[in-house]
Structures are given as C-alpha cells and as structure tokens.
Design a protein around this ligand. Structure first.
Ligand code: GLA
Ligand code: ZN
Length: 672
C-alpha cells in the first residue's frame, strides 16, 4: 500500500471541525497524516508537565476514518518557557548576533540542555504512543538547517577537531596555520570561523554569495567547521532516534530539503530508516525546472540508494509574504507522479487546510481558508483513487539507471568557500550535467562517491576537487573494468582537507585522464571563449583549462583567446574504459551536444529513441515487470514515439509505436 495523505495541524482548528476533516480526507483516498511536529508548547505547556490528551483525541478522530499517523517530534519549535529559562539555547549568527524567538528553529543543536529537553520530549512521546496500533512512522524534528556560532558550538568544535587530529601539531599542519601566524598552541585556542577582521560586507565585489557571509578564513578551518556542524546535527538527530528506537521498531525519518547543501545528507540519511523530503516546485522564492525537481528526487533516492517518501508535496500557491504561481489544473497530479516515478513510496501533501494565522497564511493547502475543498481538493481526490489502484505496481518498484551523477557535500563546501570564479557554482554545474543527460532520456542516479560504481556504464563527477587516494583508486578500478567517467575543470586540485595539491593538476586524476593543465583561465567581466569540436561550436563563460594531452585525445579545442587551438575537452582510454575530461564550462546547447556524443559513444541506454522536449520517460521494474512512466511537463500535447508494445496501466489500452500525452499528462505503461 502506498501512503497517501496530508500534513495536518488539528491544533489550528476547532475540535468540532476535526471529524469533517477526517471524513473529507478519507473521501479523497487518504490513509495517513503527519501530526505534531511544531506542537511542543501544547504537548509540554510547562516544564515537565506533559499533555497528550488533545493529540490523543485528534488521532482518535482520524483513525476512526481509517487514517494512520506519522508523528513528528516537536523540537523544531521550542516553547517560550524553555527559551526564557535557558537563553543560551538560541543560535548565534556569524556576526555574533543571537537569533531570537518568534519564528522557529530557534535552537542550537549543540546546546547540551537543549539536547536533554529534546531527548525527554521524544522519549515521553514515544512511550505514550509506543503501543498505539495506528502510529505507522516517526519524523524527527523538521528540516534541519544551517550553522551556528555560539559558545556551545565552540566547545563542541574544539572536541571535534581534537578527535579528528589527535595532536595540535597535526591540526596546524593540515590547516596550514603557518600562514598569517594562525598557529594554535592548545585546543582551547581554536576558534569558529565567525566574522573576522578581513571580512567585510563590501568585500569580494560581485560574488553575491560571498557578500553576506564572510569566507575569508583559513580554508581548512572553514571546511572542517562545515563538517563539524553537519556531524553535530546528525548526532542531535541520533539522540532522538535512540529514544524512539528504545520504544518501537517503526520506521524513523526526517524531512530533508532536496538540494539544500549545508548538511551532509548522506550522513543524516545513514541513521534513518527511510529518507523523506519536502518539495515545493513553485513558490515565492522561485520556480524549479522539471529537471531540478527530478534531480532532487534522484538525490533523495541516492542518499540511501533506496526509495523515499514525500513528506510535504506542494498542493497550492505558496509563500510567506508573497506567493508563487497557483498550480495549474493537472500540475499537482504531474508533480505527484514525477515523485513516484523517481522513487517516492509515500505522498503526503502540505498542508490540509490553508491557515488563518501565522506567517504561513499564504502557504496554501488543499482546502482554502474557509475549509471548502475546490479544484485542488477534487484533483487530489482523483489522484487518490488512481494511486490506490496502482500502488501494487508502484510500491517496491526499482528505478533502472545506467548512469550516475556524483554529489559531494565536502566538495560543495570547499567550492562555496572559494568558487574560483564569480559565476561558478558547484550545485549549478551538477544541475547542468544532470539536465543535459536527463534530457536525452537517460535515467540517472544521483548519489555519493561511496556508492558502488560497477553497476553504471557512465559516472559523472563534475568539479570533484577534493580527492583522496582511495577515491582516485576507486575511479581507476571502475574505468579499468570498462566504465566511462566524466571529469571536469576544477577536479583534483586539492587534498581532502582543502589544501592545494602539490601534484600537477588534475592531481590524483592526472594519469586516469591522460591530461595535465598547462594553465587555466578564470573567465571574467563578460568575456567568453569559443570552443569548437566534432559536436559543434560552443562558448565557455566561466572557466577554461588549457590542457596538454598525455595519452588522451582532444575532442574539442578552444577557438578564441590566446590559447586558441589548445585542447578543451579530451578522452582517454584507460584499461577497458574511457575518461572524458571537460576543461571548460559550456553553454547549454554545447553541453547537450557533448553529452549526447558521450551517451552514444558509450552506448548508454535511453528510454525514448527520439528526444522529446519536456517529456520525461522513466523506466522502472517491479518483480520482473518492466514499466515506463511518461510525464509531460509541457502545457501542450506531445507525440511520443515508443519502442515496443505497452499496456496503459490506468485503463488497460494497448499502445504500440507511439502515444499522445496530454498537457501535463501522465502515463504508466506496462511493457508487454
Ligand atoms: C517547510 C516546512 C513546513 C512549512 C513549509 C512552508 O517545508 O517543513 O513546515 O513551513 O516549509 O514554508
Ligand atoms: Zn551553537
């Protein structure tokens, strides 16, 4: 069975309304709700005084309609009495300012007393609900976030570096503190990379992401601080997991945020039974392309290489002060199936009813403020009926991917600290590669460098800059056995602790790639560089490596600037496989053409034979039954060519050679 439901806040509504909500949920095919993740002040109104009665009553009303419960621990919103009692719990920003009460996430995960209170509330909830037969899963906290620079963090960071390095000499060496007299003599001298004398609001003119946050600290310190804070958050999560685990074996999850990269999601996911995430493709902060959403789904699946849950899926127009676009007819259905196609086994929409109070008044749910279900409710009700009929096929199905894109949070943090060029953005580069390849109807996994490469025909590791010998050896073994590997500019220039390598770049990848850098050019101030190749002409506008081949063959060369004629993109045979080194960024069309050449040359399977704009075709398999999910992201009909014979799982029609997909339409086609 597939979990299909909503995030519900019974505490926002009069109790007399609850039965009608539950009934309307059931009528929409819902079988689950998530509850309580912000309700600490109601669950523990005074220190040590717990009140579960209201939640018990809400659960009773819901379960009477056959709805099962996912319970959230409420630690993302601590009550005022707790904060007043221990003001040290508030997080501190990079400028030393305390981030106070009035919104949410107003705590530091390293604060020892906060940890104790969190453990207590989690334990009390778990004990209270441990034998409740309608609780089906637990969510820890809500959307863990970014950094803190308080005294608790400082103490915890000193311990963390001590554990990592053992001796202060080792730390000094790895960070290179000889530079500018940064040498530390004792652990107690270690600092957090907060605001310092060379940081200014006006520095790094043009580098938007560097303007608001100082990044002028020692790169070793900066990177270790990011690692530390991520570890500390995972540790905080683990404390709650242990309390719940002591009472129940139900699955435990935490709702992640897709492309958010302040925390190492691979680490957070390791301790969870299942990953879930929150997806808002169109809201006041921006609109995601369909490939960005698909990539986020694939990354969420790749965190554990396992199917995941949607814990918050957009169900209406969204924003705090303003709103994004209202989802058009058919879009909620399209987004639902997009998630399912990429591995979602639970679909929980945010939220049930649009709220009349609080800063999320405009973050619309399925029902409007007046409690009436209109178009969005009717659409979701129809999806509910469809999904329940299809859930046998969908739940437990596997995605079939022969290509992988590697994401590294350590590399993200290193690049973010020093992006090399004002227009360079590691996540943006991953996005460009994902989208170029996905648009050729190649299904991808987005996963960690620790995943097993042997199942892929193509592995792409853009800008993999921090490298260890183990990672280089793993890549060599993979290519030796016949794999194809894509490396790019800004690879292998650093050690794992963020020092520049003394090896000739691309460092540990040099032999594998069969190239070395003669020099490089950070492309600035509106300049572009022309690139020409067998796959056509293109331009670089961020970065150009001037490559000297050493075994590799050039497949593209620069066509302007002083290095015209030099190699820009190369391919090297290594063992039974091949390594592509892409020395520059490329405009979208040229990157599309280059990746098309790679996909063809390497024989990477595509799910459609003819590229069809805006149409996703995701191949899946369940118990030996192959099926194809077609998702039309265009607001117009698309003619889709098919290889072979299929049966439409929604209506039993036989489909051969081609199918017309309606605007925002979806088909689930069983291979016959
Ligand atoms: C996040 C949170 C929700 C809600 C939405 C809308 O995803 O988890 O509680 O606040 O954003 O802002
Ligand atoms: Zn802190």
């Amino acid at each position: 069975m597939m979990w299909f439901g909503v995030d519900y806040y019974p505490e926002h509504w009069p109790e007399e309304r609850w039965p009608l909500d539950a009934k309307m949920m059931r009528e929409a095919g819902m079988n689950t709700v998530r509850l309580a993740e912000f309700a600490w002040a109601l669950l523990e109104p005074e220190d040590g005084l717990y009140d579960f009665a209201w939640l018990d009553r809400a659960i009773e009303v819901l379960t009477r309609e056959g709805i099962q419960i996912i319970l959230g621990t409420p630690t993302a919103a601590a009550p005022k009495w707790l904060m007043d009692k221990y003001p040290d719990m508030y997080p501190v920003d990079i400028y030393g300012l305390t981030k106070g009460f009035g919104t949410r996430r107003h705590y530091c995960p390293n604060n020892k007393i906060y940890r104790q209170y969190s453990v207590l509330i989690a334990r009390r909830m778990a004990e209270h609900y441990k034998d409740h037969k309608h609780i089906v899963a637990w969510q820890i906290d809500n959307e863990f976030g970014g950094a803190c620079y308080c005294q608790s963090c400082l103490q915890a960071f000193r311990l963390w570096v001590r554990n990592k390095y053992g001796t202060i000499d080792k730390l000094n060496k790895e960070w290179g503190t000889v530079f500018w007299s940064h040498t530390y003599r004792h652990w107690d001298e270690i600092i957090l990379p907060a605001y310092s004398s060379s940081d200014g609001f006006s520095q790094n003119a043009g580098a938007q992401q560097l303007l608001s946050t100082p990044y002028n600290h020692n790169p070793g310190l900066l990177l270790d601080y990011q690692r530390f804070f991520s570890d500390a958050t995972a540790e905080y999560q683990r404390l709650q997991i242990e309390e719940i685990r002591a009472c129940t074996n139900l699955p435990i999850t935490h709702n992640l945020m897709g492309h958010f990269s302040e925390l190492d999601y691979f680490d957070l996911a390791r301790d969870l039974d299942v990953v879930c995430w929150d997806n808002y493709p169109n809201n006041m902060w921006g609109k995601s392309s369909y490939t960005q959403v698909s990539m986020a789904h694939d990354l969420m699946r790749g965190l554990k290489n396992k199917n995941f849950w949607m814990m918050e899926q957009q169900s209406g127009p969204c924003g705090w002060h303003m709103m994004g676009d209202t989802p058009e007819p058919g879009q909620l259905r399209l987004w639902t199936y997009q998630a399912v196609a990429h591995g979602a086994e639970a679909m929980v929409y945010f939220r049930w009813r649009s709220c009349t109070v609080g800063i999320e008044q405009y973050w619309h749910g399925i029902l409007d403020h007046d409690g009436i279900g209109r178009r969005r409710y009717r659409e979701i009700k129809a999806i509910g009926a469809e999904i329940s009929a299809l859930s046998g096929l969908l739940v437990g199905s596997d995605n079939v991917s022969s290509a992988a894109l590697i994401k590294s949070y350590d590399n993200f943090w290193s690049h973010r600290g020093q992006p090399h060029n004002v227009n360079f953005n590691y996540n943006g580069l991953l996005d460009a590669y994902y989208s170029a390849v996905a648009k050729q109807h190649v299904n991808l996994d987005v996963t960690s460098v620790e995943s097993d490469f042997s199942k892929y025909k193509l592995v792409m590791m853009p800008a993999f800059n921090l490298v260890t010998e183990a990672i280089a050896a793993k890549c060599e073994a993979y290519v030796e056995q016949g794999g194809a590997l894509v490396l790019t500019f800004r690879s292998g220039t650093r050690t794992w602790n963020n020092q520049m390598t003394t090896l000739t770049v691309p460092g540990l990848f040099k032999q594998l790639a069969g190239v070395e850098l003669e020099e490089f050019d950070s492309v600035n101030f509106g300049r572009t560089v022309r690139v020409q190749s067998a796959f056509g002409e293109g331009t670089a506008s961020v970065w150009c490596d001037v490559l000297k081949t050493d075994g590799a063959e050039a497949i593209a060369t620069y066509a302007s600037h002083y290095y015209a004629g030099e190699a820009a993109v190369t391919v090297n045979s290594f063992g039974k496989g091949r390594v592509y080194y892409v020395g520059c960024d490329l405009d979208e069309a040229a990157l599309g053409a280059l990746t098309e050449l790679i996909v063809k040359k390497e024989g990477i399977p595509t799910t459609l034979s003819v590229p069809t704009n805006g149409l996703e075709a995701i191949e899946k398999v369940k118990d030996g039954q192959a099926f194809l999910m077609l998702l039309n992201h265009n607001n117009e009909h698309v003619e889709c060519p098919l290889n072979g014979i299929y049966e439409d799982a929604m209506n039993g029609t036989k489909v051969k050679d081609r199918i017309t997909v309606a605007p925002y339409g979806v088909h689930v086609l069983l291979k016959r």
